[in-house]
Design a protein around this ligand. Structure first.
Ligand code: MV4
Length: 502
């Protein structure tokens, strides 16, 4: 087993990986930018190396500086977390060449699944259902027009280098095709430096259901069932849960087998996720492979009783999987809400500044994967995710009740967060009934505004408490506001604008 691992990331995911290292008796090395000197991951790691200025290209994306930090600290392996260099084949290859273990898939498999057209081709040849569409990248507008007629409108334009919805366009008819192709290619070029595009049949109101897979270096492979991730806003996931309300045991089995097959034919190892779209008739189609530990991995951990980061590290160290498919099952329901530093009442504008007061929820079945603390200053440079609130309960009804209670208890003052919005999302009748498609947020939460408590005395009391907290002398006790004193204090506290941004 490794003695020392370098974590090439920041925020909650770096903290998550550092915790796993500590549990496994492995020393951890954090890397950080000048904007992250006082970040939680730096405080929690055994060692920390400053790798550059705030912009990610000069720090968290700077391969040479990360390799230098590995050399300087004597780490044997690198965990990339998600984002940054996690799915960069050149980074994985560089580490392979340097004799450093990349805790993730091999660079060949990474390159294969990162090319959407090549991945589609590979999966289709392996008998995995893919969305009807073109077999290779578009060569001309005329070819696209012919292919679109064959596929049948509406069609969707996608970037081959794509992902994340960039360069995507829905085309309803032949008249719209040319301008949409031109716009899609322009967007793909500027986002990925590659204007290759292709066409697929447009699936209306799909669900996004993904399967977690673990594959070791000896050829053993298991899936850890699905995550339902349909509740998204502009391709950013908001709420994820498992099991999905859409799957039957038969469908789950077929999709799980397809997910394993997909990674097998790609020559993949370590943890990976296979994304599928599910149409109204519950046909499933391969969408893409996420070649990393995902943000929403904890819900799988809670229902399967497996620590995915421990498994990733063991696989990377060359150990054979100790888990057999027949021993895996889904127990209860898990739900995750992503807590972002964004103002949901102002079009999800990023919100940065000092967290002047923090109270994280706790209780049975409540897990908070967090990268923040009271007094922490949220920098403007990076992804706005602050923390993830994950709950587990024996049933979906109880899990929702637990999530609602935990969101009520969650207080972050000083910056705006998505917490008030999430409270409304998990309370929505369509969420309760499991009617979660990718149209959920646009349909039910267009132009969301918080329904603030009208009680002015309550608002004043909370403002005073927050003011006191901001100016509290050293040694003085923190403000206490008791739930029984006020109707819904935490809800209002969480929403109250404090700290210069009001
Ligand atoms: C689609 C689709 C409908 N039809 N492809 C969005 C992100 C990218 N990875 C794939 N995406 C989609 N591809 C076809 N042929 C609808 C989406 C889509 C979507 C997919 C998953 C989760 C949320 C989504 C939100 C809007 C559109």
């Amino acid at each position: 087993m490794f003695k020392k691992i370098l974590v090439a990331n920041r925020g909650e995911i770096a903290v998550r990986v550092i915790r796993a290292c500590r549990e496994m008796g492995i020393a951890s090395v954090a890397v950080y930018s000048e904007a992250d000197r006082s970040s939680l991951h730096v405080q929690m790691a055994d060692e920390a190396v400053l790798i550059g200025p705030p912009p990610a290209v000069e720090s968290y994306l700077a391969v040479d500086r990360i390799v230098e930090a590995v050399r300087a600290t004597g780490a044997e392996a690198v965990h990339p977390g998600y984002g940054f260099l996690a799915e960069n084949p050149a980074f994985a290859r560089r580490l392979e060449e340097e004799g450093i273990v990349f805790i993730g898939p091999n660079s060949r498999a990474l390159a294969l699944v990162g090319d959407k057209v090549q991945a589609r081709q590979t999966m289709s040849e392996a008998g995995i259902p893919v969305i009807p569409g073109m077999k290779s990248v578009a060569a001309s507008i005329d070819q696209c027009a012919r292919e679109a007629l064959r596929i049948g409108y509406p069609v969707m334009i996608k970037a081959s280098a794509g992902g994340g919805g960039k360069g995507m366009r829905i085309v309803g008819s032949e008249e719209e095709l040319r301008p949409a192709l031109e716009a899609g290619m322009r967007e793909a070029k500027s986002a990925f430096g590659d204007d290759s595009i292709y066409l697929e049949k447009y699936i209306e109101e799909p669900r996004h259901v993904e399967f977690q897979v673990l594959a070791d270096n000896q050829g053993n492979i298991v899936h850890l069932f699905e995550r339902e991730c349909s509740i998204q806003r502009r391709h950013q996931k908001i709420v994820e849960e498992t099991p999905s309300t859409a799957l039957t045991p038969e469908l789950r089995k077929a999709m799980g087998e397809a997910a394993k097959k997909a990674l097998q034919v790609a020559g993949y190892n370590n943890a990976g996720t296979v994304e599928f779209l599910l149409d109204r008739n519950r046909n499933f189609y391969f969408l893409e492979v996420n070649a990393r530990l995902q943000v929403e991995h904890p819900i799988t951990e809670l229902v399967c009783g497996i620590d995915l980061v421990h498994e990733q590290i063991r696989i990377a160290a060359g150990e054979a999987l100790g888990i057999k498919q027949k021993d895996l099952n889904q127990r209860g329901q898990a739900i995750e809400c992503r807590i972002y530093a964004e103002d949901p009442a102002a079009g999800f504008l990023p919100s940065s500044g000092k967290i002047v007061f923090l109270k994280e929820p706790q209780g049975p079945g409540v897990r908070v994967d967090s990268g923040i603390y009271s007094g922490y200053e949220v920098p403007i440079y990076y992804d706005p995710i602050l923390a993830k609130l994950i709950v587990w309960a024996p049933t979906r009804r109880l899990a929702i009740a637990r999530m609602r209670a935990a969101l009520e208890d969650y207080v972050i003052m000083g910056i705006q967060t998505t917490i008030p919005f999430l409270r409304d999302v998990v309370s929505h009748p369509s969420f309760l009934s499991g009617e979660t498609t990718t149209n959920f947020i646009p349909r039910h939460f267009e132009n969301w505004q918080e329904n603030r408590a009208g009680d002015e005395a309550l608002q004043l009391a909370l403002a005073l408490a927050a003011f006191y907290e901001l100016n509290r002398p050293p040694g003085a006790p923190p403000p206490t506001i008791r739930a029984r004193d006020l109707s819904s204090p935490w809800k209002t506290l969480g929403a109250w604008r404090i700290g210069g941004k009001a």
